[in-house]
Design a binder for this molecule. Structure first.
Ligand SMILES: Nc1ncnc2c1ncn2[C@@H]1O[C@H](COP(=O)(O)OP(=O)(O)OP(=O)(O)O)[C@@H](O)[C@H]1O
Length: 287
């Protein structure tokens, strides 16, 4: 069974026109799925539909359905869906409501029936997972942007959701901070969590994504693995700009030389392959 299935899903906010049209997309259990596309394409709206925020919170008109864990999300409340889906909004700071780090993570467990000690332990384990071990008593307001983002992830992770949905999780971070967040998400993904992220900077997700879905003007334009999707985007004038520079180089080289290069995930892999090719060419020339 898929983790999430959109079947001809369409949606319009109460005040506006249709912003998602007939989207059919399957996110397999254990996938690391990236939703990308130009501004206003409907990425956030699609992510919110996984958590049921759309349409439960916003209202509006929906067509088709979203199945989460095989169950139609319109038959479940947002509370029920939150047991399966942990959501970190683009404006993650608005999700932080407590004074201290420990209180923030413990918040969701208050009604779980766990004892004080069990909650304390869960909080510590979760903080360690996101790289915030030992910060239990720190004031949330005193944390850096990256630490707050990790805390927002911890506060949903503590509920052990099968699916994590994050909207532009690295938007406020420098490249190092962004890589740290994605490595954390990848670790969680390797431990079995299905991860769905909205991301327009695809360079960030090259090493991690198993599936990339491209939205444009509210429609699902393409879905495939990283190689398939970037090759598709490269052919589309209006999507080409979204191709990371590393892949722009790779695809240009392939186009101009007829060579078939590897699926570069990092600059290092690219450099190694290009180095090898240069050596082979050098040997061939000197022979
Ligand atoms: N609460 C809302 N009420 C009415 N319309 C909305 C609301 N939120 C978003 N929209 C509209 O829905 C469309 C899709 O917006 P959405 O935020 O999902 O796109 P996006 O691809 O995530 O864009 P961006 O990359 O700029 O964040 C846009 O036209 C937007 O103006």
């Amino acid at each position: 069974m898929a983790a999430v299935e959109f079947e001809n899903f369409s949606y319009a906010y109460p005040t506006g026109e249709v912003v998602l049209e007939q989207v059919s997309l399957t996110v397999a259990k254990g996938a690391f799925t990236v939703i990308t596309g130009p501004s206003g394409a409907g990425k956030t709206t699609l992510a919110l539909a996984v958590a049921g925020v759309v349409p439960h919170y916003f209202g509006g008109r929906q067509g088709g359905k979203v199945l989460v864990g095989g169950v139609n999300s319109s038959q479940r409340s947002m509370g029920e869906l939150s047991e399966q889906v942990g959501t970190v909004l683009a404006d993650y700071e608005s999700q932080l409501v407590a004074m201290t780090v420990a209180e923030e993570v413990a918040f969701g467990l208050e009604t779980s029936g766990l004892s004080r000690n069990e909650i304390k332990q869960q909080v510590s384990v979760t903080l360690a997972k996101v790289g915030l071990a030992g910060l239990e008593e720190c004031q949330v307001a005193g944390l850096s942007g990256g630490q707050k983002q990790r805390l927002a992830i911890a506060s949903v992770l503590v509920m052990s959701p099968a699916i994590l949905v994050l909207d532009e999780p690295a938007s406020a971070l420098d490249p190092e901070g962004a890589a740290g967040i994605y490595e954390l998400l990848y670790d969680l993904n390797c431990q079995g969590t299905t991860v769905i992220v909205v991301e327009h900077q695809l360079a960030r997700i090259l090493p991690y994504a198993s599936q990339v879905a491209v939205l444009q003007g509210g429609s699902l334009e393409f879905t495939g693995d990283v190689s398939q999707t970037l090759a598709y985007m490269w052919q589309q004038p209006e999507l080409k700009l979204g191709v990371p520079s590393l892949w722009a180089i790779k695809l240009t080289l392939e186009q101009e030389t007829g060579l078939s290069l590897g699926a570069w995930k990092t600059e290092r892999q690219a450099a190694e392959e290009l180095n090898r090719l240069t050596c082979i060419k050098g040997v061939a020339r000197s022979a």
